[in-house]
Design a protein around this ligand. Structure first.
Ligand code: UT7
Length: 340
């Protein structure tokens, strides 16, 4: 039977560190509020807010180079790309094709996934299905975001803008029939679109008439339409319900229990959400990995960045059982349970 194994992994974040104190110079906030409510101490932003070079596809490219090298492969060995982001370089086309060009890996297929915080879980689930069906052999699965160009750094946007950071992570998911190799054991994906407006960016979109209104009546386009909006409490409450559900579903499907899990990596949305889930499942500190303190919430990139760091730090070893779970805008949520 064909297994889907993580052959290589890597991440890349911009050098520019933005601390909570740095943000307090732009808006009415402080280190204490941000730390207490979210756990975040700093995040990365690209150096220049408007920069046509350090784009989402570029961050994804840097992470992909590392993942491909880590897999012992070359760009030509990649036969499909799945790219998850909510902050693409262009409104269209998506980042997948831009990455294909940057890597110079032939005219392979490049799929874009628009599932926000759950983007990487969705992307990995799709890649797993292609591998298991025998369609592709080495799939590059990428989560990347540049949030910093599109956040409202005024007081009005402070509930959102202090949370998000830029970064990218990538894995090479490969087909193997090796008995000793790891495998994806269970996946699940969910959505509840009636809550789309609880966490979204409205522009540019067909519902709000982007081009026409920007051209004819830019003075009537409000900040609320242009910047991300989030009903924080509402999202928080749904997250702490959906995380346990999707985790349990993945474990049940694979015939495992939480005690079998060696490492749980939650989407890095808020340290308080992760701690709530940790407590609910009675997970000891060494079985959960969080790095939101350093990178903030990097949406589709948060899981592959955390997975990459956990492996780099020797906290996940070959053969370990790893659970990835995410919840976010859409609403969307889901999990991937795999043996590394
Ligand atoms: O990854 C995608 C999924 N996203 C999430 O899972 C996020 C889930 N939600 C959250 O993480 C939290 O709701 C937030 C961190 C976004 C907000 O925390 P909260 O405890 O829900 O705060 P709040 O929105 O209820 O605001 C409390 C107070 C308000 O002031 P008043 O009305 O009590 O006077 C806000 O205006 O904190 C104020 N506030 C701030 N103060 C200082 C909001 N943002 C800030 C800020 N600095 N940055």
């Amino acid at each position: 039977m064909i297994k889907s194994t993580i052959k290589g992994i890597g991440f890349h974040v911009p050098d520019h560190v933005v601390t909570n104190d740095d943000l307090a110079k732009l808006m009415t906030t402080n280190d204490e509020w941000i730390t207490e409510r979210t756990g975040i101490k700093e995040r990365r932003h690209r150096e220049h807010r408007n920069d046509a070079q350090e784009t989402t596809a570029y961050l994804g490219f840097k992470a992909s180079e590392k993942a491909i090298a880590n897999a012992g492969l070359a760009s030509e060995d990649i036969d499909y790309i799945v790219f998850a982001t909510l902050s693409p370089d262009y409104y269209f086309p998506g980042c997948g094709v831009l990455l294909q060009d940057m890597l110079g890996c032939g005219t392979i297929g490049a799929l874009d996934v628009r599932n926000q915080c759950s983007g990487f879980v969705y992307a990995m689930s799709v890649a797993n299905a292609f591998i298991k069906s025998g369609t592709y052999k080495n799939i590059l699965v990428v989560g990347a975001e540049v949030h910093s160009f599109g956040l409202d750094f005024s007081d009005e946007g402070r509930g959102v803008s202090v949370i998000f950071g830029d970064g990218a992570g990538a894995i090479v998911l490969s087909a193997t029939i090796n008995d000793d190799a790891g495998d994806v054991l269970a996946v699940n994906m969910h959505s509840e679109g009636k809550y789309a407006d609880e966490l979204c960016t409205q522009f540019p979109g067909s519902k709000y008439g982007w081009s026409d209104r920007m051209r004819k009546e830019p003075e009537n386009v409000t900040d609320k339409e242009v910047y991300p909006i989030m009903n924080g409490n509402f999202v928080f409450k749904h997250a702490v319900t959906r995380f346990p559900e999707t985790m349990k579903e993945a474990l049940d499907k694979a015939g495992k229990t939480i005690d079998d899990v060696d490492m749980f990596i939650p989407h890095q949305a808020n340290l308080r959400i992760a701690q709530y889930v940790q407590q609910k499942f009675g997970l000891p500190d060494e079985k959960i990995f969080n790095n939101i303190q350093k990178y903030g919430n990097t949406t589709a990139a948060s899981i592959p960045i955390a997975l990459s760091e956990a492996i780099e730090q020797g906290k996940i070893r070959r053969g370990d059982l790893v659970l990835l779970s995410a919840f976010g805008s859409g609403f969307t949520w889901g999990s991937v349970l795999f043996e590394y």
